[in-house]
Design a protein around this ligand. Sequence first.
Ligand code: FES
Length: 256
Amino acid sequence: MNVTSCNAKVLSQSTLAPDIRKLVVAWPDASRPPHAGQFFMLRAWAMDEKPVLSRPISVNDFDPDTGALTFLYQVKGEGTAKLAALKPGDTMTVTGPCGNGFDAAALASLGRIAVVGGGIGTAPLLLLCKSLCAAGCKPDLFVGFRDQPYNLEAFQPYCGKIQLSTDTGAVGHHGLVTDLLRPQEYAVVLACGPGVMMRGVYRLCAEQGTPCLVSMENKMACGLGACLGCTCHTKVGPKTVCKDGPVFKAEEVFDL
Ligand code: FES
């Protein structure tokens, strides 16, 4: 796998919700621009410091003109707490881009596209929507959050309709994002979020015969396909989420 590992400078860090941070770093390798759905291994601490493992974080956005590489992440452990302590001007180790993302150009040629996200799983969908839009297809966006949504305004230039649900009913539809989705209106559905949400999206798609791709998450050690620590079982045999994925055909990874 062709990846770059380097010290990247932090350009900014901001808070989007109580436990959600937006981190922008300067990606110095113009020969390896990240694609939608790919991720980087992030490390803001020395190799001999804990936690042992770097953190896999998906690409939220990338500006090829400036090299600004944006991540959205949830602060939920020692590693992400150390990422959250980074200030502009600090440096961190960034390794990537890792994994197989979405082929936006091929997908955009299929017809209408629905992009479905849940919670922090919406993070990689911004670059996906941007890439689809640049390839000539403005997708419709369906997103679900527990309570208050974040970063939705960033999607507006790149999407057709945007439909929102919340578990609490604070904003948008009170219920599941899958209540809003009608797969029969689309050539393909692309999803990223909690497993239960992606399985629900897949089942709706399967009922209508609509193709569905999902971006999977798993615990990762190397992020490069070397340790097999992120292997998942698929209908076509074991596959690594980090190298073979994280994007898979939904029918390979979920049962009906
Ligand atoms: Fe090592 Fe995927 S994390 S093979």
